[in-house]
Design a protein around this ligand. Sequence first.
Ligand code: SF4
Ligand code: SF4
Length: 175
Amino acid sequence: MFFVWCKVAFRAVAALDLEAGGGHIPTMEKPFWKTKTLEAMSPAEWESLCDGCGKCCLSKLEDEDTGEIYWTSVGCRLFNADTCRCSDYANRLARVPDCVGLTPQNVRTITWLPRTCAYRLVAEGQDLYWWHRLVSGNAETVHEAGISIRGRVSASETELAEPDDYFGHLLDDEP
Ligand code: SF4
Ligand code: SF4
């Protein structure tokens, strides 16, 4: 049996505070994501780390027998598929019970965080990709590189009533 789970996460893409990251400002100093642990980041640095891909706002199915996760192209009820952002980030946790706020702790335990997720990359000691806004200095590069889910959301969860309805929106792999 499958149940719908976990749009998750995160992040304030609504406020593109590139200054917080400083990655686009020429400097000899290493950027914060290379020198700080997730725990040591300021709130502004933490929020700026989100690349705006929107992947974690997609619904996933979990096989309750095996625990296996299956990605779908169904967006969360608050996800704006045009802007690729949460439409009510400030109140997301109150309005969407299965939206999980990311923390340095759960970033290391949520197994299905996308391989490209900046929080996962930093937690694993990896660098950010060229298309991350903190590296490129441009919030559009995550979309131009085909990393984000902008234009790839096939339905909103508000249009689907039963878990079985999600089967028509299954993805072969994580987006
Ligand atoms: S998957 Fe990670 S980087 Fe992408 S939107 Fe979610 S929290 Fe941000
Ligand atoms: S409530 Fe917002 S941040 Fe949370 S999963 Fe939905 S769209 Fe994403």
